[in-house]
Design a binder for this molecule. Structure first.
Ligand code: NAD
Length: 416
């Protein structure tokens, strides 16, 4: 994934004429932390895990990014995802830099108490490098509002009441209205703008999703409310399809009880992986990275791909899909609704004031449309794709901020 994120960076940096020294500055993470986490297992034995936090850049504000609990978590993955956060926060123009991290573990094998202990131990190890003005973690794959509550509590033990140390907290514990569904809502807004551009109607639009967790489920719910048909969903255990459209509310209830879409009675079972090449108008990868590859890109049947997941498309797949005229709304734009409402949550924590849901969703809509329009304008003026345009916008903003903090501040960026 690291190589891939650098490939997309270099493609945009070339168009921006970023000099090699500036490239080095922008690509190298500010800090990489790897810690050992030792806790007690339910049987009374020892659990041993490695935790990571990569802080990529803070030239535009405190660093911001999710925490993932998954067997794939390592330094390379966290570094790639941290850099994507830097460009993403710049694309939506929220006053943050980028970070990412997590714990290399298999949460399916851990109970609630074990996850709780591991999380608190992780905070003990990284508490000096996170904080409301330093680095603010948020939920990602296999972490949720509960995880954020544990982090806030552990951090506050050391530094006093600090709700702004994490976002994505429970609503009753300094969380924000609208945060839980924010990423899915932003994905829906991004698709809505693409549909307007392409003059396509929501009604009867056939959508397939990989992943039905926080992001995938809320995106599906909001899109179905617009009139789209959710024709196939795959997750880590199985898949389900229904050409008439799945009942998303019922599927959400099923997943809350069973932790998978597998065996949902409201559709026909399917092999999970087939969802990527399913017969549909729009494909939404909303699970893990590197799922669209040179092996399956030629078989993709969707005409639009909205990247709800981070880093789902390899550069080879990206090229194949463009040749097939597939419109790709890139991750650093499409899934930026989450970090946008995280920013609203953090701002409320600092102000010690609550915003109404209406205000949150209104501000989210404004932020997403502004970012989408800017990216589309760059794509048109540079005759390039939406991903490269989003990277141009993000890298340009970060480079400007980086330069303005140095004695090169009068230099034009392309002269640096
Ligand atoms: P989640 O843990 O709530 O859900 C993950 C989903 O992916 C689950 O449905 C799971 O079954 C599925 N999945 C896992 N492994 C799979 C596999 N091998 N094949 C198919 N499906 C698989 O996580 P989430 O918060 O919904 O995050 C999903 C993606 O969205 C991630 O790439 C994350 O980085 C990105 N993202 C999340 C947020 C957020 O606010 N949570 C914000 C921006 C981007």
């Amino acid at each position: 994934m690291l190589e891939e994120s650098r490939y997309y960076f270099n493609k945009a940096a070339k168009i921006l004429s970023v000099a090699s020294i500036a490239k080095k500055l922008l690509v190298t993470p500010k800090r990489v932390v790897k810690v050992e986490i030792v806790t007690e297992s339910k049987e009374g034995g020892i659990l041993h895990h490695l935790g990571f936090r990569v802080q990529h850049d803070n030239s535009r504000g405190p660093m911001k990014g999710g925490l993932r609990y998954h067997p794939s978590v390592d330094e390379d993955e966290a570094t790639a995802l941290a850099s994507l956060m830097t460009w993403k926060t710049a694309v939506v123009n929220v006053p943050y830099g980028g970070a990412k991290g997590g714990i290399n573990c298999d949460p399916q094998t851990l109970n609630e108490k074990e996850l709780h202990d591991i999380t608190r131990e992780f905070v003990t190890e990284i508490k000096e490098i996170i904080g409301p003005n330093l680095d603010i973690p948020a939920p990602d794959v296999n972490t949720n509002a509960n995880t954020m509550a544990w982090i806030m509590d552990e951090y506050s033990k050391h530094y006093g009441f600090s709700p702004g140390v994490v976002t994505g907290k429970p609503l009753h514990l300094f969380g924000s209205e609208g945060r839980e569904e924010a990423t899915g809502r932003g994905v829906m807004y991004a698709l809505e703008m693409a549909l307007e551009d392409e003059k396509i109607d929501w009604k009867g639009l056939r959508i397939a999703l990989q992943g039905f967790g926080n992001v995938g489920s809320f995106a599906a719910k909001l899109m179905a409310e617009k009139g789209a048909l959710i024709v196939a969903v795959g997750d880590h255990m199985g898949g389900v399809e229904n050409p008439e459209g799945l009942n998303v509310e019922n599927l959400m209830k099923w997943v809350r009880q069973n932790r998978t879409v597998d065996k949902f009675p409201g559709g026909n079972p399917m092999e999970s992986n087939l969802v990527l090449t399913w017969d549909c108008d729009v494909l939404i990868p909303a699970a893990l990275g590197d799922v669209l590859t040179k092996e399956n890109a030629n078989d993709v049947r969707a005409k639009i791909i909205v990247e709800a997941a981070n880093g789902p498309t390899s550069p080879e797949a990206d090229e194949i899909l463009h040749k097939k005229n597939v419109l790709i709304i890139p991750d650093i734009l499409a899934n930026a609704g989450g970090v946008t409402v995280s920013y609203f949550e953090w701002a409320q924590n600092i102000q010690q004031y609550r915003w109404e849901l209406e205000k949150i969703n209104g501000e989210l809509y404004k932020t997403m449309t502004k970012a989408y329009t800017s990216v589309r304008e760059i794509a048109r003026s540079h005759n390039t794709d939406m991903r490269t345009a989003a990277f141009i916008l993000g890298i340009g903003r970060v480079a400007k901020a980086t330069l303005s903090r140095t004695h090169f501040s009068n230099a034009k960026f392309d002269e640096f």
